[in-house]
Design a protein around this ligand. Structure first.
Ligand code: 5GP
Ligand code: ZN
Length: 114
């Protein structure tokens, strides 16, 4: 999609520090990390949020979770624990309207989320 930062990262127009890639998803380090490990996992196809997914496309979230598992092991937070977060819309503080999952680890997180 034109003018989407994450689509531009997928097609290489904007540089990123890639962590993982397969046919369906890409993952790269967040530019403003909020934890020692902070990776963004995104579908290569553009969806604004999970609200845009249907029965034929929802499997992309499963692919994102499988990528998260691999990345958590690769970056050594699978045993210490990690948080997967998807912000959807204004009240959740979504700032980039391309579906993404934050993988955060390497420190303790409070609950409930702020
Ligand atoms: P949101 O607030 O929408 O859930 O998360 C968007 C995330 O994207 C933020 O954590 C922000 O730091 C990150 N981000 C925004 N622009 C870029 C960019 O150009 N490159 C990278 N690597 N991360 C970005
Ligand atoms: Zn996009």
């Amino acid at each position: 999609m034109d003018n989407c930062i994450f689509c531009k990262i997928v097609n290489g127009e904007i540089p990123s520090k890639k962590v993982y890639e397969d046919d369906s998803v890409a993952a790269f380090y967040d530019i403003e990390p909020q934890a020692p490990v902070h990776v963004l996992i995104i579908p290569k196809a553009h969806f604004a949020s999970t609200l845009d997914l249907g029965a034929d496309t929802a499997q992309v979230v499963g692919n994102m979770v499988l990528a998260a598992n691999k990345i958590a092991k690769e970056l050594g937070v699978d045993e210490s624990g990690f948080r997967l977060v998807m912000n959807m819309g204004r009240d959740a503080g979504q700032t980039v309207p391309h579906l993404h999952m934050h993988l955060m680890g390497g420190r303790s997180f409070s609950w409930p989320a702020g």
